[in-house]
Design a protein around this ligand. Structure first.
Ligand code: PRX
Length: 651
């Protein structure tokens, strides 16, 4: 953990603290630290109290059944997530409240009240049923950030058909792999999506993906860009969303789902080349996102809440849609990027809608920092009350900048640690009570038992080690779709009986947690989770590549950048053209987010005598740090020549 130690040194110098302001504390939903003790005393009761605030068709018999590593929550309870996000609000004063405010990249805006969203979801649920979708069937969704995405996922939840959302930035091949793994019957996509004024060809990608996907029977296509994309509709397979919706009936009885029925699956990268379908269930997941949205963001009835994540990632699932809507909140959904048409766009949106709660990623914050504080200064950001951060460790400088220049020094920054697997936020401040330290995610949410352990699994009270979770929580993943053994291997084998997160972390004297990044072969590039193996497989898939080793190198803006040390076949061209070709090949195999930032050709890779590639050494070379122990290398000259070559390239 050499680089982990380096980061700790930086963090140890961080002594600043920030206590919540008087007004915020006075009005906070949670004012009293006793919540931690109370939750610890009876965790099941703590979660059950949140569950009681939701609507159940049938109450659960028992809160938790736990047999390591399998948990079941709210046993025999029956509920429906779409009912909880919609129906339960429409007979209250929230009926005409904005559920989703959607801002298009063009500046066009659509508001869907709870009543309107309810109608659309009911109609689309009927559309799916008419297509023959049954409870339990999987539906793949490959859409841009448009209201139809929210409608589609809630409609799936209504009829009990688990959705598998694939981020629009993934390639046709990635889409195909995910469709085939889940054996989805229907794909929902659009003719295209807007991105920085250009068009993302989602329908074309879908057609390319669907060349070898026997499970797909129908494709529903949303018309988003019209004439701007040339598309073909395949007779008998492809159907227009708007045509189907025209005839759809406006009420669809919600399915009475069991607490443990799958709500959705979401693919994420693990330590092997194959993405894994993380399975989340109905009752526990909803309780987790409902509770954390309410407490972490100190959500108030009149708030306008904006989480900037794309719904294709877990943050969008939990904190653009399910958490906020279960709470009856107004959730802002933005189609575009922060720099279009100019780099003041996010702040223009905050001003336009008087956003109160703003939740984004450190990579975005560091980009804003680089652009300069003069951009946010041009806008009225006085409506902001709470700021959130998620997806990667936030460095103290970025935290301070966010706090000062976006939050005007008055808004608590809640740095929230969690994962696709955890479903909801697990380590976080509570804005009304937690003293903040810039760069620290502070403490586990009440009811969560996080710990830091050494190699042997022994708890480290103060210092750095591996982050683990000792107790089950309602929104934890239940399994990996179609691969129950991998679930056990990946999370429960490293330290028997406890959940291993894959992250390194440090605990300070005050018991605060400082996240230090992944300790496995998973990279975090601009908040996107990518496995080194996935990129390596994509590279060796190219006919010119003999071998490849990929590492994440520290990067000031993106957190990590992808560096690929590549051995080409003798006959291949070793030129810049080949570098571009390989980068594009990776984009084609995975998606543009996985394009290596650097590709270095090398005659050989450093390997141990048993043939294992020494990634640590490669990381050291790419980061220009001391090489460390090279005695286990089969051929130590390889490293020195690589180092010389790299330094020469960097020039
Ligand atoms: O390394 C941690 C990092 O993101 C990983 C989870 O990625 P993903 O499943 O894509 O979910 C991202 C959004 C929840 C974690 O293992 N991570 C997430 N939040 C933080 C973080 N690292 C440090 N601080 C955070 N607040």
């Amino acid at each position: 953990m050499a680089d982990v130690e380096k980061t700790i040194e930086d963090l140890l110098t961080e002594g600043r603290t920030f206590t919540p302001g008087k007004k915020l504390r006075k009005n906070a939903n949670i004012k009293n630290e006793s919540v931690y003790k109370k939750a610890a005393r009876d965790r099941e009761k703590f979660w059950a109290n949140f569950a009681k605030e939701l609507d159940w068709f049938k109450k659960w018999r028992k809160v938790l059944k736990w047999k390591v590593p399998h948990s079941k929550w709210f046993i025999d309870g029956k509920l429906n997530v779409s009912y909880n996000c919609l129906d339960r609000h429409i007979n209250t004063a929230r009926k005409n409240k904005a559920a989703i405010i959607w801002e298009a990249e063009s500046g066009e805006s659509v508001t869907l009240t709870y009543w309107e969203l309810y109608r659309e979801v009911n109609k689309f649920a009927n559309v799916l049923k008419a297509l023959g979708v049954n409870r339990g069937d999987r539906i793949t969704i490959y859409l841009p950030m448009i209201p139809e995405l929210a409608i589609a996922m809630l409609a799936c939840a209504r009829i009990g058909a688990p959705h598998s959302i694939v981020f629009g930035g993934f390639s046709a091949e990635s889409l195909r792999g995910r469709i085939n793994d889940s054996k989805a019957r229907v794909l929902i996509t659009s003719d295209g999506g807007y991105r920085r004024g250009g068009i993302v060809p989602l329908k074309k990608n879908s057609d390319d993906a669907l060349t070898d996907t026997p499970s797909i029977e129908k494709v529903v296509v949303v018309k988003r860009v019209g004439d701007k994309a040339e598309i073909k509709m395949k007779k008998g397979r492809d159907l227009w969303w708007h045509e189907l919706m025209e005839k759809a009936h406006s009420y669809c009885e919600p399915e009475k789902m069991d607490s443990e029925d799958m709500l959705f699956m979401l693919y994420t990268s693990g330590t092997t080349g194959k993405p894994k379908g993380i399975v989340h269930t109905t009752g526990g997941y909803l309780v987790g996102v409902y509770a954390t949205t309410k407490w972490v963001f100190d959500l108030k009835e009149e708030d306008t809440y904006w989480c900037t994540a794309d719904i294709g990632w877990v943050t969008g699932h939990s904190y653009v849609i399910y958490g906020p809507l279960a709470n009856g909140a107004t959730s802002l959904m933005y189609e575009g990027t922060p720099d279009y048409p100019d780099i003041g766009r996010f702040w223009a949106i905050v001003e336009k809608y008087r956003v109160n709660i703003f939740y984004t990623a450190p990579t975005a914050i560091r980009t804003f920092m680089r652009w300069g504080e003069e951009y946010p200064k041009k806008y009225d950001l006085s409506s902001l009350r709470i700021l959130g951060s998620v997806g990667e460790p936030i460095n103290p400088e970025a935290w301070m900048w966010y706090h000062t220049h976006i939050g005007g020094g008055r808004c608590p920054v809640v740095d929230t640690w969690w994962q696709t697997e955890t479903g909801s936020i697990l380590i976080t401040p509570l804005p009304g009570i937690t003293k903040l330290k810039p760069g620290s995610a502070t403490k586990p949410f009440p009811g969560i038992v996080a710990d830091i352990v050494d190699e042997s699994g022994k708890s480290i009270k103060e210092g750095a080690g591996y982050l683990v979770l000792r107790n089950p929580w309602p929104s934890m993943l239940r399994t990996i779709y179609g691969d129950p053994n991998r679930y056990v291997d990946e999370y429960w084998s490293r330290f028997p009986g406890v959940y291993f997160t894959g992250d390194g972390a440090k605990r300070d004297k005050g018991g605060y947690f400082w996240l230090l990044g992944r300790v496995d072969d998973v990279m975090n590039v601009a908040g996107h989770r990518i496995s080194t193996m996935e990129v390596e497989s994509a590279l060796v898939d190219h006919h010119s590549v003999a071998e490849a080793a990929v590492i994440g190198r520290q990067d000031e803006i993106k957190g990590q950048a992808i560096v690929a040390f590549t051995t080409l076949k003798k006959s291949a061209r070793h030129d810049d053209g080949m570098i571009e070709e390989l980068r594009n090949h990776v984009a084609k195999k995975i998606g543009a987010i996985a394009k290596p930032d650097e590709i270095i050709f090398t005659a050989e890779l450093p390997k141990t005598r048993s043939g294992k590639i020494m990634r640590r050494l490669l990381r050291n070379i790419a980061e220009g740090s001391v090489l460390g122990d090279t005695t286990t290398l089969a051929d130590s000259t390889v490293v020195q020549s690589l180092k010389d070559q790299y330094e020469h390239l960097e020039g």
